[in-house]
Design a protein around this ligand. Sequence first.
Ligand code: SF4
Length: 348
Amino acid sequence: MAKNKTASPALFPMQDTPALSGLARAAAQAPLDSTGCLTEYRPLVSRSILNRTASRRGLPFTHAINPYRGCEFACRYCYARYTHEFLELHDPADFEHKIYFKQNAAWLLEQELRSIKPGTEIAFGTATDPYQPIERRNRVTRSLLQVFARHSGLRLGLITKSTLIARDLDLLRQVAASNALTIHITVTTTDTHLARLLEPRAPRPDLRLRTLARLRQAGIRAGILCSPLMPGINDTRSSIAAVGKAAAEAGASFLAAGALFLKPCSQPTFFRFVEENFPAHVAAYQRRYAESAFATPEYRKRVAEIVAAVCHEHKLGHRFSDQPTGGAMPAHPQSLVAIQPWLPFTQK
Ligand code: SF4
């Protein structure tokens, strides 16, 4: 990731801004900070960092934090691509290549936590991975954890695919000492080749599992999120069982999973992936997601039964086992919405 503030022209020229307003205007006017591999990083002026969730789906947390806009991990199934549309960036690939980091995030959080009550459930990383590559240098997520380490009584959830979270073990332990903290590491498959196709720029599954083991050894509650489950790709019993076995061997506190949630803006990217790698499934996917972004109830029930059996076999808990009120459910493009219909399964 090359820091390059002066020499390199923007990979993607910024647009004229007269017709833009609000967030889109701020994004269009954000100066180039640095570049990476086909990626630009820009600071984004932000008015707030702790956002109240507006969803009507009854999510089990009330507030969300996303230090970044866009995500370089570039998962083929990521439904959060729509969030770049708020910046008037409508090419789905922009989500992977134009990354914005929020300015003054720690200061904003410190101010906003003053009006937050103890017990508030805050999900960290609801739209983008808080430990994507830019975090190694920019440390926005770390700065936010430093703020949380000075507070107590909150219920915090964080989700990531990144091994970089291990850098912050010291802080995570401090946060967990005075707040209820749950970490979710996403592993959709133990098949490295498939993971590279699905999640091109995320760390290998074995490295994520090793990171989970480190979190557990540090005494932090952490489990595996096997989401999204995608028909014909990673939803067989043997595939889920392999993730469950690896999770148990790494000492996971729990295993959870959810079915693929595919908004229209993400369909071109995902369908192209299916065409290239699972051509026999293209028609079925197009049919299945033509009318709804959600998988069918029958499908969700079927895979929920598989996950429950795998959890039972490997004595894996569920995410709410120590959080009877629902807990600080972590959020993520592939867990937030997709898992919600599973609550009857995970809470029984
Ligand atoms: S699914 Fe998560 S890790 Fe993957 S691109 Fe989307 S936000 Fe990033």
